[in-house]
Design a protein around this ligand. Sequence first.
Ligand code: HC0
Ligand code: SF4
Length: 582
Amino acid sequence: TVKIKINGIEVEAPKNSTILTAAKSIGINIPTLCHLNIGSIGFINNHASCRMCVVEVNGNENLYPSCETKVQEGMEIITNSTELMHVRKTVLELLLSNHPKECLTCSKSGECELQTLAQEFKIKDIRFEGEQSTYRIDNSPAIIRDIDKCIMCRRCETMCNSIQTCNILHAVNRGFESVVAPTHEKDLEDTGCTFCGQCVAVCPVGALHERDYTWDVVEALANKKKKVIVQVAPAVRVALGEEFGLEPGTDVTGKIVSALRMMGFDYVFDTNFAADLTIMEEATELKKRVEGYLAKDPDVKLPILTSCCPAWVKFIEHNYPDMLDIPSSAKSPQQMFSVVAKEIWAKDMGVDRNDLVVVSVMPCLAKKYEASREEFSKNGNPDTDISISTRELAELIKQKGFNFTNLPDSEFDAPYGTSSGAADIFGRTGGVIEAATRTAYEWITGNELEKVDFEQLRGLEGIRIAEVPELQIEGSAFRIGIAHGLGAARELLDKIKSGEEVVHAIEIMACKGGCIGGGGQPYHHGNFEIIKKRFEGIQAIDNGKELRKSHENPYIKQLYEKHLGEPMSHKAHELLHTKYFA
Ligand code: HC0
Ligand code: SF4
């Protein structure tokens, strides 16, 4: 360690730490804008481009950005002199001078870090008038890039390239013209962008945001000719409460159901039901592939990869086109739910599929893109009509003026409202494969699984390799690889491709933490503790349920008896499985 003084206070700081972290360790806040450090996932954005965090060092005339300047023995640092306050105010005024003044209508309003700083510094008028840029807006089904609002903090670039390894976003052009954009300034839709939405999650301003479908929902609900139903994803229920002041991880399932019913949805269903359905198909496929592998069938490949994360699916389609025979062919729960609703439920109810609107509430932006994929539609009518994020649901609830935290708890509607704890854990990393293992174990061994908790599959390390000794394959334990974050996924897949790592099954989720860390969740502003609390919240729901194995869900059994026959039957194949495209 080294001894330094910050604002006259003696501090002992680790040798390689920055002034910013040293100050933070004793509760001194230095304002930052471009800087973001999410240590637990290895994300650090240190372009030192905004100059908000400058400090005085040893009375020196030069000012130093505290986010990248390392502490040195004997340093005397001032973080809050009047001169520094003036410098920071000027930095803000310069940033605001060419920033669109659209705060009233900006999607990030209330969450924008530039707006927050402008308020903290009481900026009432801007002394400088800058030239306004007029880039076209890039409008994909999932993400909108409004680059006039870009402040060149480069956080999105760090996320996309260092953590997700998608390499879509780069600084292009020079000087005033410089922006962060895909190569050749293409639209996101024309690139290998996975729509993971993690760039949106770290953008401090409104330059990157979701495509908002809240008014589409309002209009569908107002249309008397339509039946409108909704499904709610596992991870939404432990995060939505944050928008209403509740602790991250608080389970608000019952309140969500009440709110959706009060909004006028005809039926409020649960994506979790379809997660149980996914396990029926995926565990069957796993069992068949294990059997084929043991019988040395040359057409059968292991490992099997989970396929419910649409950003991951797009990632493998773009980056590993030679490995497309490995993912499970099972559709995601969102898509299984919607196709069952339109092809089975609607028929039972005597509703034409064109008069049925299926809305999904997802923690994810890639789900909007998944809903728009052509193979998930029939004669131009999509299975999932509208996908909104957790944030968009919060907006709808606020618009309606509901007192969310005081709403009573209600139950989902039958028959697609009951789910096992195995479905809940889909929302966190490791959960899909744990859910599949609970079922596959019983189906492969014929024994009852008494302890459903596979602790070794849980955790937040980027890549985890775990064994399930209860399940033996050719005399060795069933071996599972788990990765979250696309960079970790790439690392794991490369090891498998090269033969360095051998596993029987793999779960990949594109976002850190899994869906609980999705790009459509309430903004975490770099605080990964929030995601840890959501993780615990999800686990608590699973722990609290009687029903913890997907194949024991009575409504799932009923769906197979009445409509689908067996898992992977002809009918199940037609409705619940899909193909991937290079
Ligand atoms: Fe997920 Fe899903 S678990 S991807 O993370 O599989 O978005 O929450 O809805 O579809 O169920 C997201 C969450 C889902 C799906 C489910 C899966
Ligand atoms: Fe990169 Fe994901 Fe953003 Fe696409 S959505 S630009 S892949 S971070």
